[in-house]
Design a protein around this ligand. Sequence first.
Ligand code: B12
Ligand code: SF4
Length: 567
Amino acid sequence: MENHASSVDLVQPQTGPAIFPQHPKGAQAKVLLSSVFGPYAQDDEFGSRAINPMELYHNQVTRAQGSFSLRMFHRSWGIMLIQANISAPCTLLDFPEREDFARELRTQAYDVVGISSIIVNVGKVREMCRMVRELSPQSEIVVGGHVAAIPGIETMIDADHIVRGEGVRWMRRYLGEEENAPVRHPAIVSGFDTRIMGIRLPQRRGATAATIIPSVGCPMGCNFCTTSAFFGGKGKFVNFFETGDELFEVMRQMEDELGVSSFFMMDENFLLHRERAMRLLERMKETGKTWAMSVFASANAIRKYTMQELVELGVSWLWMGLESPRAGYSKLQGTDTQELTRELRAHGIRVQGSTIIGLEHHTPDNIVAEIEHAVSHNTDFHQFMLYTPVPGTPLYEQMAAEGRLMNDVEYADVHGQFKFNFRHAAISRDDSKRFLDWAFWRDFELNGPSLYRIARTLLAGWQRYKDWPDVRVRQRFTNEMKRLSGVYSSALWAMEREFRKVDRKVSQQIRALRREFQRESGVVSRLMPAVLGPMLLWTTRREERRLARGKTYEPPTILERRNWVEV
Ligand code: B12
Ligand code: SF4
């Protein structure tokens, strides 16, 4: 293929190459930022895969939970952040169909087209570059996001600039703007079009958490970790908001703009930065904020806090890598993850565990026991991922050096939810999928739907904290209980019946929890299941039938213009 790539621009612009590309029009340039085109949840020639939908939970967490799977979409936050931080006129196109992208190119005469992608979608990037050359030949093409880590990417796609690492500073500099100006945080509703048990939840202002992006990267540098590697690897990361005060101000602004009191902290290891978190807590206390927070954190970072501190900080959902007790990752050293999970849940903190299938020490003989161990954590959610050497990571370098990469596996299939892309000493490629699928199923069968599990954790938290002296803590649990107890009781009513065909014991546990909810909650929520329960059972069964017929979901196309003057 003809290749125009004029520069592959490395990690940080301030330490980057001496001659940094700049667009001749600077901040007057008209910019289009786009995510890759859909549809996503179907097999096609551009690399979409039915197994790889644009839904976080259904893709890699609750995918075996049928109609109980939590389904929702998330915007492309990287390009939202870039758009909010440049003064050039800029359109953001999220989840376009090919025709939407083509129409925008034909009608708007863009100077710059920025495409954001991860590795699996490289085939779409190639096609989008081709379309730009054909429909908007004056545009410079900038490609960013994890796709840029593919070795030899500049020969695979026809782009002018390929940006590795942090993109806000790069784009500002490219457009002749002040790259180190403070970062302006866009208002982001964390998820949308949420569905569960066959119904789409109403979207009310303030009901869904706001996404906050404090940083990108993670200094822990685990060998397989692509986000850590992409932003500098071990010991490095890029902070957008250094201090607890800065973070507090951003959250307060989002509280105003979006009417939220809960936040999804999109930081790979939020709790690692204790000083920042504790300053944030001070500010929350001073101002009486009853904010709730969903965070990612490694076990060693969680252990820097007492349960009390986590609860006061409003941590209500926590994503923790369990990986495998025998893998030797430093973040897990000295932690009994089962005990930690139990404790967190007993304090009302929902835990999402993440376990790797196919580590070097796994064999067909020990993997079942390792999966059983993972499942016995009884987390609220559990992600299982294949051990996957992804370009850019130390693991990839190692596998390449050892000659173990399967070079005939398409990038579209390198996402950890299908089959190995490397030769494992003891487990075949086909078996990797069998073990992965079994892990998801086993977790569901033994522990029940995640919706049931989060209801149980909420109740435990409420029982523990409903009379707590700190009003902020008490209020947070009371609010959540008030908002959700009726809905949860009704969902439990339907789950109890529907789960009988999967496992009677779990169905009885669901029933016991429903009874407890009945005892603890008010009249309305005691009566609600009689009406809402049968309806949910009906929608659940209808959804099962739809899914059996192959029903999938796609995100809507979103177009947003900023600094824009209509001609
Ligand atoms: C939200 C999210 C999703 C959302 C999708 C959002 C969307 N609209 O695309 C959902 C949940 C659907 C999703 C799905 C998947 N995801 Co995902 N996802 C994430 C997550 C958690 C956050 C992304 C994010 O917003 N980060 C914060 C922003 C600020 O960072 P950023 O996107 O990297 O953007 C920065 C730079 O990369 C750069 N940049 C980005 N775009 C551009 C564009 C231009 C022009 C420029 C100049 C710069 C630039 O500038 C930005 C600011 O610095 C990341 C993990 C993470 N911590 O990043 C994984 C991650 C991106 N996902 C990943 C994967 C593998 C997947 C899946 C394949 C599922 C799976 N099996 O794991 C599917 C693919 C679905 C599909 N069909 O495409 C991997 C990517 C691996 C890789 N090396 O390619 C990540 C890194 C997770 C991981 N650690 O493995 N994902
Ligand atoms: S602790 Fe988590 S985010 Fe950090 S490097 Fe390891 S896997 Fe990546």
